[in-house]
Design a protein around this ligand. Structure first.
Ligand SMILES: C[S@@+](CC[C@H](N)C(=O)[O-])C[C@H]1O[C@@H](n2cnc3c(N)ncnc32)[C@H](O)[C@@H]1O
Length: 258
């Protein structure tokens, strides 16, 4: 082996010692960068270090109305939900496109809210009340974002771990939102179970999804047992987000009317 080859081998061994899982991880820069993943990547894409950061986002309707501005605290230390993901931005933009009338007097619940972005946009648009939910480690960040946007009276933050009983005080919503929640295979059946448990014939479900791995298909195989879906066709951004492998779907329970 050449000297150069030996050095490269030693470097590889050094990196393996620091992170034994590194060969299983996606090497993209950022979990929201949209880069292709392969079937070998069994660990979800990892966020780069974002600690105590913040971002200002603005969503404008192409037709009319005031833009919706949102200041978001970001912190990836409690989990990858601590940064804003691309499907969340697409769903937020679509809600702004639909405008306040679509949410007026409606109870809205978001699953896997992460920073809370989508639910906070729904609240700013004038939903009757919004529940943003996630696993326990994300709740502090979500509270922070509610306060930063002066939405305390319109938004409740609640723990909702998919596949577990929904806490008292979280109602069946009129509108159920979920963005970028398909990425971890063991959670697929749990997410379907929670989607089913929280909905009935009347619930509007907006589900925004970014395809990353072929294994995501298994989620849709499970989903198909309980729900059918249609691609949202009236989003002005559809052509652009489709290029990033993002789909915006409305889900319909299959047992409606049974
Ligand atoms: C990729 S992030 C998306 C966050 C946010 N919806 C967005 O679009 O920016 C997925 C979110 O799902 C949450 N999540 C993952 N598994 C979950 C589970 N079993 N129960 C509840 N939330 C879960 C994560 O904590 C994370 O916040």
């Amino acid at each position: 082996m050449t000297e150069e080859g030996k050095q490269s081998f030693a470097d590889e061994e050094n990196l393996d010692a620091q992170n034994p899982l590194r060969h299983l991880m996606h090497t993209g820069d950022h979990c929201v960068d949209g880069s292709a993943n392969t079937e070998d990547d069994i660990v979800p894409e990892q966020p780069k270090s974002v600690l105590n950061s913040s971002v200002q986002l603005e969503f404008r309707s192409s037709s009319s109305g005031e833009p919706v501005s949102m200041r978001l605290a970001l912190d990836a230390s409690p989990g990858c939900g601590g940064v804003h993901w691309p499907a969340g931005q697409v769903l937020s933009q679509y809600l702004v496109h639909l405008g306040p009338d679509s949410l007026r007097c409606k109870k809205v619940l978001e699953l896997g809210s992460g920073t809370g972005l989508v639910g906070l946009v729904a609240a700013q648009l004038g939903a009757a009340h919004v529940w943003i939910t996630d696993q326990a480690p994300l709740l502090e960040l979500m509270h922070k974002n509610v306060l930063m946007n002066d939405l305390e009276s319109d938004v409740s933050v609640a723990e909702l771990d998919w596949g577990t009983p929904v806490a008292d005080g979280i109602p069946k919503p009129d509108v159920l939102l979920a963005a970028d929640c398909v990425y971890f295979e063991p959670a697929f059946p749990l997410l379907v179970q929670t989607l089913y448990g929280l909905t009935d014939a009347e619930t509007e479900i907006l589900f925004c999804y970014k395809k990353r791995r072929k294994a995501d298909r298994r989620f849709f195989t499970m989903l198909k047992k309980k729900f059918s879906w249609t691609e949202v066709s009236d989003s002005p951004e559809r052509e652009s987000y489709s290029k990033d492998a993002i789909s915006l779907l409305t889900l319909h329970r299959k047992d409606v009317g049974v």
